[in-house]
Design a protein around this ligand. Structure first.
Ligand SMILES: Cc1cc2nc3c(=O)[nH]c(=O)nc-3n(C[C@H](O)[C@H](O)[C@H](O)COP(=O)(O)O)c2cc1C
Length: 305
Protein backbone atom coordinates (compact mmCIF):
# COMPACT_ATOMS: atom_id res chain seq x y z
CA UNK A 1 0.00 0.00 0.00
CA UNK A 2 1.45 3.41 -0.96
CA UNK A 3 0.45 6.20 1.42
CA UNK A 4 3.40 8.53 0.83
CA UNK A 5 2.70 12.06 -0.34
CA UNK A 6 4.91 14.68 -1.99
CA UNK A 7 3.72 17.97 -0.51
CA UNK A 8 5.99 20.28 -2.47
CA UNK A 9 6.24 18.86 -6.01
CA UNK A 10 7.25 22.24 -7.45
CA UNK A 11 10.05 22.82 -4.94
CA UNK A 12 13.61 21.63 -5.68
CA UNK A 13 14.03 20.32 -2.12
CA UNK A 14 10.59 18.69 -2.08
CA UNK A 15 8.73 17.64 1.06
CA UNK A 16 8.12 13.90 1.02
CA UNK A 17 5.83 12.53 3.74
CA UNK A 18 5.81 8.81 4.52
CA UNK A 19 2.07 9.16 5.16
CA UNK A 20 -0.53 11.97 4.97
CA UNK A 21 -1.07 12.60 8.72
CA UNK A 22 0.48 15.70 10.24
CA UNK A 23 0.05 17.51 13.54
CA UNK A 24 -1.51 21.00 13.49
CA UNK A 25 0.42 23.99 14.78
CA UNK A 26 -0.09 25.03 18.39
CA UNK A 27 -1.52 21.71 19.52
CA UNK A 28 1.69 19.64 19.59
CA UNK A 29 4.19 22.09 21.13
CA UNK A 30 7.65 21.46 19.70
CA UNK A 31 6.84 17.74 19.73
CA UNK A 32 9.61 16.95 22.23
CA UNK A 33 7.12 16.32 25.03
CA UNK A 34 5.02 13.98 22.86
CA UNK A 35 8.08 12.03 21.73
CA UNK A 36 8.21 10.63 25.29
CA UNK A 37 4.61 9.36 25.01
CA UNK A 38 4.56 7.54 21.66
CA UNK A 39 6.54 7.00 18.47
CA UNK A 40 6.12 10.41 16.80
CA UNK A 41 8.44 9.23 14.01
CA UNK A 42 5.48 7.29 12.60
CA UNK A 43 3.70 10.54 11.71
CA UNK A 44 3.80 12.04 8.21
CA UNK A 45 5.09 15.40 9.45
CA UNK A 46 5.08 17.59 12.52
CA UNK A 47 4.14 21.25 12.49
CA UNK A 48 5.46 23.07 15.55
CA UNK A 49 4.00 25.92 17.57
CA UNK A 50 3.61 29.37 15.94
CA UNK A 51 7.02 31.06 16.08
CA UNK A 52 7.86 34.76 16.06
CA UNK A 53 11.11 36.71 15.78
CA UNK A 54 11.17 37.49 19.50
CA UNK A 55 9.84 35.40 22.40
CA UNK A 56 6.23 36.18 23.37
CA UNK A 57 4.40 35.71 26.64
CA UNK A 58 1.02 35.55 24.96
CA UNK A 59 -2.38 36.83 26.02
CA UNK A 60 -3.59 37.12 29.62
CA UNK A 61 -5.61 34.22 31.12
CA UNK A 62 -8.18 32.81 30.61
CA UNK A 63 -7.16 31.81 27.12
CA UNK A 64 -9.22 28.68 26.62
CA UNK A 65 -12.94 27.91 26.76
CA UNK A 66 -14.79 24.69 26.02
CA UNK A 67 -17.66 24.93 23.52
CA UNK A 68 -20.12 22.35 22.20
CA UNK A 69 -18.00 19.97 20.06
CA UNK A 70 -14.98 22.22 20.17
CA UNK A 71 -13.00 24.88 21.97
CA UNK A 72 -12.05 28.54 21.81
CA UNK A 73 -8.42 29.52 22.26
CA UNK A 74 -6.46 32.74 22.27
CA UNK A 75 -2.88 31.92 23.30
CA UNK A 76 -1.58 35.07 21.57
CA UNK A 77 1.44 33.28 20.12
CA UNK A 78 3.16 32.44 23.37
CA UNK A 79 6.49 31.04 22.14
CA UNK A 80 10.23 30.97 22.76
CA UNK A 81 11.19 32.96 19.63
CA UNK A 82 13.09 31.80 16.57
CA UNK A 83 16.62 32.03 18.04
CA UNK A 84 15.84 29.66 20.93
CA UNK A 85 14.00 27.34 18.52
CA UNK A 86 17.10 27.11 16.32
CA UNK A 87 19.40 26.57 19.31
CA UNK A 88 17.31 24.23 21.46
CA UNK A 89 14.72 22.40 19.32
CA UNK A 90 16.08 22.06 15.77
CA UNK A 91 19.18 20.04 16.79
CA UNK A 92 16.86 17.36 18.26
CA UNK A 93 14.65 17.34 15.13
CA UNK A 94 17.76 16.98 12.96
CA UNK A 95 18.12 13.38 14.24
CA UNK A 96 14.53 12.46 13.38
CA UNK A 97 13.30 10.89 10.15
CA UNK A 98 9.92 12.65 10.41
CA UNK A 99 10.02 16.10 8.77
CA UNK A 100 9.38 19.08 11.06
CA UNK A 101 7.75 22.18 9.63
CA UNK A 102 8.03 25.48 11.50
CA UNK A 103 4.87 27.57 11.66
CA UNK A 104 5.83 31.26 11.54
CA UNK A 105 3.95 34.48 12.09
CA UNK A 106 4.69 38.19 12.22
CA UNK A 107 3.17 41.67 12.21
CA UNK A 108 4.77 42.79 8.95
CA UNK A 109 6.02 41.30 5.68
CA UNK A 110 9.54 42.04 6.87
CA UNK A 111 9.01 39.93 10.02
CA UNK A 112 7.95 36.94 7.90
CA UNK A 113 10.89 37.38 5.50
CA UNK A 114 13.39 37.68 8.36
CA UNK A 115 12.02 34.55 10.04
CA UNK A 116 12.25 32.65 6.75
CA UNK A 117 15.83 33.85 6.26
CA UNK A 118 16.85 32.78 9.78
CA UNK A 119 15.34 29.30 9.35
CA UNK A 120 16.75 28.71 5.87
CA UNK A 121 19.41 25.99 5.96
CA UNK A 122 18.83 25.10 9.64
CA UNK A 123 19.28 21.33 10.06
CA UNK A 124 16.09 19.77 11.39
CA UNK A 125 13.76 22.25 9.66
CA UNK A 126 12.15 20.75 6.54
CA UNK A 127 9.66 23.46 5.67
CA UNK A 128 7.79 26.56 6.76
CA UNK A 129 4.10 27.11 7.32
CA UNK A 130 2.97 30.76 7.19
CA UNK A 131 0.18 31.68 9.55
CA UNK A 132 -1.25 34.68 7.75
CA UNK A 133 -4.30 35.00 10.00
CA UNK A 134 -2.58 37.71 12.03
CA UNK A 135 -3.25 41.43 11.60
CA UNK A 136 -1.06 43.24 9.10
CA UNK A 137 0.06 46.11 11.30
CA UNK A 138 1.29 48.22 8.37
CA UNK A 139 -2.09 47.95 6.65
CA UNK A 140 -4.45 49.05 9.42
CA UNK A 141 -4.67 45.69 11.18
CA UNK A 142 -6.56 43.82 8.43
CA UNK A 143 -5.38 40.21 8.53
CA UNK A 144 -2.91 39.35 5.74
CA UNK A 145 -5.03 36.32 5.07
CA UNK A 146 -8.19 38.22 4.13
CA UNK A 147 -6.61 40.40 1.44
CA UNK A 148 -5.37 38.57 -1.70
CA UNK A 149 -2.70 41.23 -2.42
CA UNK A 150 -1.31 41.18 1.12
CA UNK A 151 -1.43 37.37 1.24
CA UNK A 152 0.44 37.13 -2.08
CA UNK A 153 2.94 39.79 -0.95
CA UNK A 154 3.92 37.95 2.21
CA UNK A 155 4.14 34.63 0.33
CA UNK A 156 6.42 36.11 -2.34
CA UNK A 157 8.64 37.78 0.27
CA UNK A 158 9.08 34.50 2.16
CA UNK A 159 9.73 32.54 -1.03
CA UNK A 160 12.55 34.89 -1.97
CA UNK A 161 14.08 34.59 1.52
CA UNK A 162 14.24 30.78 1.62
CA UNK A 163 14.61 27.68 -0.51
CA UNK A 164 12.58 25.67 2.01
CA UNK A 165 9.13 24.42 0.92
CA UNK A 166 6.53 26.99 1.97
CA UNK A 167 3.03 26.04 3.11
CA UNK A 168 0.57 28.90 3.50
CA UNK A 169 -2.16 28.42 6.08
CA UNK A 170 -5.40 30.10 5.14
CA UNK A 171 -7.95 31.67 7.43
CA UNK A 172 -11.63 30.77 7.07
CA UNK A 173 -12.55 34.29 8.25
CA UNK A 174 -13.01 35.56 4.70
CA UNK A 175 -15.86 35.58 2.20
CA UNK A 176 -13.90 34.06 -0.70
CA UNK A 177 -11.16 31.65 0.39
CA UNK A 178 -10.60 30.41 -3.19
CA UNK A 179 -9.55 33.92 -4.26
CA UNK A 180 -6.94 34.09 -1.46
CA UNK A 181 -5.80 30.55 -2.32
CA UNK A 182 -5.26 31.44 -5.99
CA UNK A 183 -3.32 34.59 -5.04
CA UNK A 184 -0.89 32.76 -2.73
CA UNK A 185 -0.47 29.83 -5.12
CA UNK A 186 0.42 32.26 -7.92
CA UNK A 187 2.89 33.94 -5.54
CA UNK A 188 4.74 30.62 -5.20
CA UNK A 189 3.21 28.77 -2.22
CA UNK A 190 4.23 25.09 -2.43
CA UNK A 191 1.11 23.88 -0.60
CA UNK A 192 -1.87 25.35 1.26
CA UNK A 193 -3.16 24.42 4.71
CA UNK A 194 -6.93 24.86 4.93
CA UNK A 195 -8.11 26.01 7.57
CA UNK A 196 -7.08 27.92 10.67
CA UNK A 197 -9.63 28.60 13.43
CA UNK A 198 -12.90 30.52 13.07
CA UNK A 199 -13.38 33.66 15.18
CA UNK A 200 -15.77 33.22 18.09
CA UNK A 201 -16.55 34.20 21.67
CA UNK A 202 -18.14 32.93 24.89
CA UNK A 203 -19.67 34.87 27.78
CA UNK A 204 -19.39 34.13 31.48
CA UNK A 205 -22.96 34.95 32.54
CA UNK A 206 -22.09 35.03 36.26
CA UNK A 207 -19.59 37.83 35.63
CA UNK A 208 -21.59 39.22 32.69
CA UNK A 209 -18.30 39.51 30.82
CA UNK A 210 -16.55 37.74 27.92
CA UNK A 211 -15.04 34.46 29.09
CA UNK A 212 -11.71 34.92 27.32
CA UNK A 213 -9.53 37.77 28.52
CA UNK A 214 -8.88 38.54 24.85
CA UNK A 215 -12.69 38.57 24.18
CA UNK A 216 -12.31 36.85 20.80
CA UNK A 217 -10.78 33.41 20.30
CA UNK A 218 -10.30 30.81 17.59
CA UNK A 219 -12.90 28.06 17.36
CA UNK A 220 -11.55 24.58 16.60
CA UNK A 221 -12.57 20.93 16.93
CA UNK A 222 -15.38 18.83 15.40
CA UNK A 223 -17.71 21.88 15.40
CA UNK A 224 -15.76 23.36 12.46
CA UNK A 225 -15.33 20.18 10.41
CA UNK A 226 -18.11 20.79 7.85
CA UNK A 227 -16.83 24.35 7.27
CA UNK A 228 -13.24 23.15 6.84
CA UNK A 229 -14.29 20.33 4.54
CA UNK A 230 -16.19 22.66 2.22
CA UNK A 231 -13.29 25.13 2.15
CA UNK A 232 -10.86 22.33 1.24
CA UNK A 233 -13.23 21.32 -1.57
CA UNK A 234 -13.38 24.90 -2.87
CA UNK A 235 -9.64 25.54 -2.59
CA UNK A 236 -8.63 22.21 -4.17
CA UNK A 237 -10.69 23.10 -7.24
CA UNK A 238 -9.06 26.55 -7.44
CA UNK A 239 -5.33 25.70 -7.26
CA UNK A 240 -2.84 23.20 -8.66
CA UNK A 241 -0.70 22.86 -5.52
CA UNK A 242 -1.32 20.27 -2.77
CA UNK A 243 -3.94 21.16 -0.17
CA UNK A 244 -3.66 20.03 3.45
CA UNK A 245 -7.03 19.62 5.18
CA UNK A 246 -7.36 20.77 8.77
CA UNK A 247 -10.31 21.39 11.07
CA UNK A 248 -12.12 19.03 13.41
CA UNK A 249 -10.48 15.81 12.23
CA UNK A 250 -10.81 13.19 14.97
CA UNK A 251 -11.10 9.84 13.13
CA UNK A 252 -9.72 8.04 10.10
CA UNK A 253 -13.09 8.51 8.36
CA UNK A 254 -12.89 12.28 8.92
CA UNK A 255 -9.45 12.25 7.29
CA UNK A 256 -10.73 10.20 4.33
CA UNK A 257 -13.53 12.76 3.84
CA UNK A 258 -10.94 15.55 3.58
CA UNK A 259 -8.84 13.49 1.15
CA UNK A 260 -11.88 12.82 -1.02
CA UNK A 261 -12.67 16.56 -0.91
CA UNK A 262 -9.25 17.20 -2.46
CA UNK A 263 -6.70 17.20 0.38
CA UNK A 264 -3.37 15.44 -0.18
CA UNK A 265 -2.68 15.36 3.56
CA UNK A 266 -4.42 16.25 6.82
CA UNK A 267 -3.50 17.98 10.06
CA UNK A 268 -4.81 16.96 13.47
CA UNK A 269 -5.16 19.68 16.11
CA UNK A 270 -7.75 19.74 18.90
CA UNK A 271 -8.14 15.93 18.83
CA UNK A 272 -4.54 15.70 20.11
CA UNK A 273 -5.49 17.77 23.15
CA UNK A 274 -8.15 15.18 23.98
CA UNK A 275 -5.99 12.13 23.28
CA UNK A 276 -2.26 12.70 22.60
CA UNK A 277 -1.88 9.84 20.12
CA UNK A 278 -4.95 10.83 18.02
CA UNK A 279 -2.88 11.48 14.90
CA UNK A 280 -1.53 7.91 14.95
CA UNK A 281 -5.03 6.48 15.51
CA UNK A 282 -6.22 8.52 12.52
CA UNK A 283 -3.37 7.13 10.41
CA UNK A 284 -4.40 3.59 11.38
CA UNK A 285 -7.99 4.43 10.43
CA UNK A 286 -6.87 5.58 6.96
CA UNK A 287 -4.87 2.40 6.44
CA UNK A 288 -7.79 0.21 7.56
CA UNK A 289 -10.15 1.97 5.15
CA UNK A 290 -7.71 1.54 2.27
CA UNK A 291 -7.25 -2.14 3.07
CA UNK A 292 -11.00 -2.72 3.32
CA UNK A 293 -11.65 -0.91 0.03
CA UNK A 294 -8.69 -2.47 -1.81
CA UNK A 295 -7.05 0.93 -2.44
CA UNK A 296 -3.38 0.44 -3.34
CA UNK A 297 -2.31 4.10 -3.55
CA UNK A 298 -3.77 6.97 -1.56
CA UNK A 299 -3.53 9.14 -4.69
CA UNK A 300 -6.43 7.07 -6.10
CA UNK A 301 -8.90 8.76 -3.71
CA UNK A 302 -7.62 12.34 -3.56
CA UNK A 303 -10.39 14.64 -4.79
CA UNK A 304 -12.73 11.84 -5.86
CA UNK A 305 -15.72 13.63 -4.31
C1 LIG B 1 -4.52 25.76 21.45
C2 LIG B 1 -4.36 26.03 19.98
C3 LIG B 1 -3.25 26.75 19.53
C4 LIG B 1 -3.09 27.02 18.15
N1 LIG B 1 -1.98 27.71 17.74
C5 LIG B 1 -1.78 27.91 16.40
C6 LIG B 1 -0.60 28.55 15.92
O1 LIG B 1 0.28 28.94 16.70
N2 LIG B 1 -0.46 28.74 14.59
C7 LIG B 1 -1.40 28.31 13.68
O2 LIG B 1 -1.23 28.49 12.49
N3 LIG B 1 -2.53 27.67 14.11
C8 LIG B 1 -2.73 27.47 15.43
N4 LIG B 1 -3.85 26.81 15.85
C9 LIG B 1 -4.84 26.34 14.87
C10 LIG B 1 -4.67 24.84 14.57
O3 LIG B 1 -3.40 24.56 14.05
C11 LIG B 1 -5.76 24.35 13.57
O4 LIG B 1 -5.64 25.06 12.37
C12 LIG B 1 -7.16 24.54 14.12
O5 LIG B 1 -7.22 24.28 15.50
C13 LIG B 1 -8.20 23.66 13.40
O6 LIG B 1 -7.89 22.29 13.52
P1 LIG B 1 -8.52 21.34 14.69
O7 LIG B 1 -10.01 21.54 14.64
O8 LIG B 1 -8.09 19.96 14.32
O9 LIG B 1 -7.94 21.81 15.98
C14 LIG B 1 -4.05 26.55 17.22
C15 LIG B 1 -5.16 25.81 17.68
C16 LIG B 1 -5.32 25.54 19.03
C17 LIG B 1 -6.52 24.74 19.50
Amino acid sequence: MNISIQLAPKNKRGLLLANPVMTASGTFGYCLEYSQLFDVQKLGAIVCKGTTLNPKEGNPQPRIAETPCGMLNSPGFQNIGVKALIKEKAPVWANWRVPVIVNITGDTVEDFARLAGELDGVAGVSGLELNISCPNIKHGGLAFGTDPKAAAGVTAAVKSATSLPVLVKLTPNTDDIARIARAVAEAGADALTVINTLRGMAIDIARRRPLLANIVGGLSGPAIKPVALYMVYEVAKAVDVPVIGCGGITTGSDAIEFIMAGASAVQVGTATLVSPSSALDILEGIEEFMKKEGIKNIAEIIGTA
